[in-house]
Design a protein around this ligand. Structure first.
Ligand code: PLP
Length: 382
């Protein structure tokens, strides 16, 4: 098998799996219980949170563990529930965001910020759409269909100037910056202060940790509302018994990801070049400003969905766009946003490289994709 869909899911690493195992059985205790073994588990859980926080330059107390990135993104938007009485709060989000941001932003009547044809945020559109009511701007650090890396520090600087101007005019409405770093954690050296974000979404499932485990970094001055109420865990924002093995596995995975960051980036960049050299008759869609492991190609006149099934027959697994949009048979809103025609969108393939690959697989994948595309062209055009 050649798996080229690491943006959709990553296998849990051996280290993460091993680290988690005792917490399913021997150390199963509820961290809230009063006796010593449970207190030890509570301490291990806090240590894991500290390690996750450390990986992004934050503290354990800044982290709210969640059941994945969807939940973290939803939690971030509860900042709008605490709006100032005098003003209604509004939210801006990038039009290419993952559905877990788009859907919650729509719930809060959010307005979309445009992207440029290269997938980067249109900063002029951002500036034009910010009003005194804007309380939250959400832009993912790296897009999940193109790998496009957004200039967070630049966005943050713009917001900072607006905040200074608001203060001068006596307007107290806060202005928060949230970023979904689900896809970036593995490939970028992330530091919340450097990025200038107030909230950052993390996803264990994309960094060789367990699925259904995520976290939201929250700066001290951001007030959020609970997404679940009950026992008061996670600062009262996400009640429910802590997923101890999940947090432990995430901490181990994130630590490993940090250690391998530079080596992996080099390997993926090299493999990407190999693919671009050995593949034939494609148009490269994500040319610049993208994560090293994302290769998005367009085969004009070809139905990429058919390619996926034909490649599956050869045990090569690739994607068209986001796994969730594809499974619903929807056209990619991301590829439409960067100006691709319907025909180009229909012919687009997303290959995302990762730990399961090696050099030989990359050559093999290029060869198999070429063969399958040639056969499909022959079938369509004769
Ligand atoms: N945000 C981004 C950028 C993603 O790629 C994903 C996963 O596909 C999510 C959010 C949602 O993550 P989860 O399904 O783990 O909640």
């Amino acid at each position: 098998m050649i798996y080229l869909d690491h943006a959709a899911a990553t296998p849990v690493s051996d280290k993460a799996l091993k680290a988690m195992e005792p917490y399913f059985s021997r150390d199963f205790f509820n961290p809230s219980a009063a006796y010593l073994p449970a207190k030890r588990v509570a301490a291990d859980y806090e240590r894991a949170k500290g390690e996750i926080a450390h990986a992004i330059g934050a503290k354990a107390t800044d982290i709210v563990m969640t059941g994945g990135a969807t939940e973290a993104n939803n939690l971030a938007f509860t900042a709008l529930d605490n709006q100032m009485r005098s003003l209604t709060a509004s939210v801006l989000y990038l039009e290419t965001e993952h559905d877990s941001v788009r859907a919650v932003a729509e719930k809060y009547n959010g307005m979309a910020i445009r992207v440029l044809p290269n997938g980067l945020i249109d900063l002029d559109d951002l500036k034009a759409k910010i009003t005194d009511e804007t309380m939250l701007v959400s832009a993912s650090l790296a897009n999940n269909e193109l790998g496009t890396i957004q200039p967070m520090a630049e966005i943050s600087a713009i917001l900072k100037n607006i905040k200074i101007d608001r203060l001068k005019r006596g307007i107290k409405q806060p202005l928060y910056l949230h970023s979904d770093a689900s896809q970036a954690l593995n490939l970028l050296d992330i530091n919340v202060s450097r990025l200038g974000v107030d909230m950052l979404t993390l996803n264990a499932a994309k960094v060789y940790g367990p699925k259904g485990v995520g976290a939201l970094y929250v700066a001290h001055d951001v007030k959020l509302s609970p997404i679940s109420v009950g026992g008061g865990q996670e600062l009262g924002l996400r009640s429910g018994t802590e997923n101890v093995p999940g947090a432990i596995g995430f901490a181990a995975a994130i630590k490993e990801a940090k250690e391998h960051l530079n080596g992996n980036r080099k390997r993926y960049a090299k493999w990407k070049q190999t693919l671009l050299k050995e593949l034939r008759d494609y148009e490269l869609i994500n040319k610049k400003h993208t994560l090293d492991n994302f290769v998005v190609l367009c085969y004009s006149g070809i139905d990429a969905e058919r390619l996926i099934y034909l490649l599956e027959d050869r045990e090569v697994y690739v994607a068209t766009g986001a796994a969730c949009a594809a499974s619903k048979g929807q056209k990619s809103h991301v590829l439409a946003a960067i100006g691709l025609s319907d025909a180009q969108i229909a012919g687009s393939l997303r290959l995302t490289l990762g730990e399961t690959n090696d050099e030989e697989q990359i050559h093999m994948a290029a060869q198999i994709i070429n063969e399958v595309v040639d056969a499909e062209k022959e079938r369509v055009h004769g």
